[in-house]
Structure formats: structure tokens, C-alpha cells
Write a protein that binds this ligand. Sequence first.
Ligand SMILES: [Zn+2]
Length: 151
Amino acid sequence: MSTGDVLGDAVHNVAYTYGVEEPRLIIRTGGQLRRTDEVLIDSVPGSNLSSSGVASHFSEGRAEIVVVVGRDPLDALLVTLHEMAHIIVPPLRDSLGRVRAHTQAFYHVAGEIYAVYEIPMGYSIWRESYNSKSSARIIKQRYAACSSGAA
Ligand SMILES: [Zn+2]
């Protein structure tokens, strides 16, 4: 299967599992992601192995994920799963109007999805450390829950 097929299957299956409408998946092989108020960008700076992604929720119409695929297929899958977790756990806006996307609730879902898709735990933790320093504890819990069959 091509990387695009793998990512498309992952989006389809995760949406089905979590009961959310399947977002449109747009895969790009280069270029920059645009940062807007509604857009979340997740990337490792300075690496052409890594992928980056954006999940957009629209007030009308279907949600959308854009993934700019780097050279590492595992990283592309992790980014796609990360963006699916944003679809499942939409960002919150706090009382000051700041967007909080990488919340504990977000990592509860993201960690579970990474475990199910057998992303190596150390890689998940390292990758998410760019977004959230406190994510490691929740990710470890979710891997442990999934491996004991308690998920
Ligand atoms: Zn994110």
C-alpha cells in the first residue's frame, strides 16, 4: 500500500471507531502549511523526515485534515493520527480567548490511538514533547491500558 492509502485507511478506521464524521484528508508532499486562527500546526522544526499536519473544524461542512508528508512513513502516520485526535477532541478556547488544543483529554485519545496503531511509545512521547511537556505521563498510561486489554 502507498503511504496515501495507509493514511486514508487510518483516517477512515479511526473516524469509525470514535464515531466522528470522517474528515476530508488532503495529502501534500511539499510546501508550507498556512497558519490561521483555526489551524493547528504540528511539526518538528528543521527535519525533512518529519511530516506536519493541520486539522480544521468548520462551522458548516466536513472537517478537514491536511498532512504534508515527509520522508518517514512512521512519522506521517503519527501526524495523521495526531490530527485525527484533534478531530475527535476539538480545541477549547479559554476565558482569555486562547486556543488550547493539546489538553489532557486530547492526549487521552491520542495516546490510545498511537498504542492501537503500534507507534513505538518512545517515539510518540518524543514527538509529542514538542507540543506538550506533560503529555508523556498520559501517553504512557494509555499504552499500558491498551496492552493490558483494558482500553
Ligand atoms: Zn496538535
